[in-house]
Design a protein around this ligand. Structure first.
Ligand code: FDA
Length: 305
């Protein structure tokens, strides 16, 4: 049943009709639990509140699977504005973005132009930029673009997903760039031809890549809500005497808020991924797919109104 629900929400997450409809009607169905608001100012307020609690942020102007050049350029401009806002208000925040929102499905040249514009702004204002990882179909292209950009700019990182068979090789290959990587389990619907179908294998591979990347001496963001993975990282820290400056935990806005605060109190670096904007639908559906309890939360919200 859980798997069925998961597949249903992942299927819905890519529906273009609902995506367009959602943009028109603003945050609905409890999406505000996971999305900071629709404007830059909404995002800035949320970042400032989290900073006061000792947490850093990576802020994402929501948008994905864009198919017009104009929209892709607009997305890049929105990212630049966010970087300028972070600098103006002296917020502790990085920026996250998706390659498809920069025009990956249109042309690589367009993505490079957009990314250079953003990374120039990031360099000027000392704001780091992480390229989120999307579905398997786009993984290879995303990593190729990341490597080219990393040759030009220091302030860029990306994400690897432990559910993909290819990821261990990617960790080894990317080591040449000493990259700052966010490690996640993976949020898209993938075929067993390319991704582990069993959660146990995804978890085992997650541990494996955390260890590999940390012991390679690279900065590692462990982006998970899973206590077992957090505890595993703490064990590695002790066993290999890894400095707390070499890694951070990351969680999504609105998920396990108390755990986020506990980690700060324990003296760990904690970064919250804060999405904002009117293109909230796909992101929200993926969060529902991850946890049936979130669906119950949404249903309660609908029937309350
Ligand atoms: P898992 O799903 O195994 O959950 C472990 C426990 O965490 C659950 O038992 C539950 O208690 C809690 N939990 C998990 N999800 C929850 C939810 N939605 N609501 C409430 N509780 C929940 N993916 C991707 O493909 N590309 C990317 O670029 C990113 N980026 C990213 C950034 C950050 C900061 C995070 C935290 C995550 C991502 N992800 C991502 C998503 C990631 O791949 C994954 O889908 C989710 O983090 C859920 O997996 P967990 O590791 O949390 O563990």
């Amino acid at each position: 049943m859980e798997q069925l629900l998961r597949n249903f929400f992942l299927f819905l997450s890519k529906n273009k009709f609902f995506t367009k409809l959602a943009k028109k009607y603003g945050l609905r169905f409890g999406a505000a639990k996971f999305v900071a608001g629709v404007t830059i100012q909404d995002a800035a307020n949320t970042i400032s509140n989290l900073n006061k609690k000792g947490m850093s942020v990576t802020v994402d102007h929501l948008g994905e699977f864009i198919d017009s050049e104009e929209e892709a350029r607009q997305s890049a401009d929105d990212c630049v504005k966010m970087i300028e806002k972070i600098a103006e208000l002296n917020l502790h925040s990085q920026v996250s973005l998706k390659m498809t929102s920069m025009g990956l499905d249109i042309s690589e040249q367009l993505v490079m132009e957009n990314m250079r514009k953003i990374l120039e702004a990031g360099k000027k204002h000392d704001v780091f930029v992480t390229i989120d990882m999307e579905d398997f179909e786009r993984c290879g292209k995303t990593l190729d673009i990341f490597k080219r950009l990393k040759d030009e700019y220091d302030g860029v990182g990306t994400v690897l997903q432990s559910y993909l068979y290819r990821t261990v090789e990617d960790i080894e290959d990317l080591n040449k760039w000493s990259p700052n990587l966010r490690l996640v389990k993976g949020a898209y619907k993938e075929s067993p031809k390319v991704a582990f179908p069993d959660k146990k294998d995804v978890d085992d591979n997650y541990k494996k890549i955390i260890k590999m990347h940390l012991l390679n001496g690279n900065y590692t963001a462990i982006a998970t809500h899973d206590d077992a993975m957090i505890e595993y990282t703490k064990e590695l820290e002790k066993q290999y005497d890894i400095s707390r400056d070499q890694f951070e935990f990351q969680m999504l806005f609105g998920i396990r808020n108390e755990r986020q605060e506990e980690l700060v109190k324990e003296g760990y670096r904690m970064r919250v991924y804060v999405p904002y904007g009117d293109d909230w639908y796909g992101y929200f559906m993926r969060r529902l797919a991850e946890r049936p309890a979130n669906v119950a939360f949404v249903l309660k919200g609908i029937f309350k109104k």
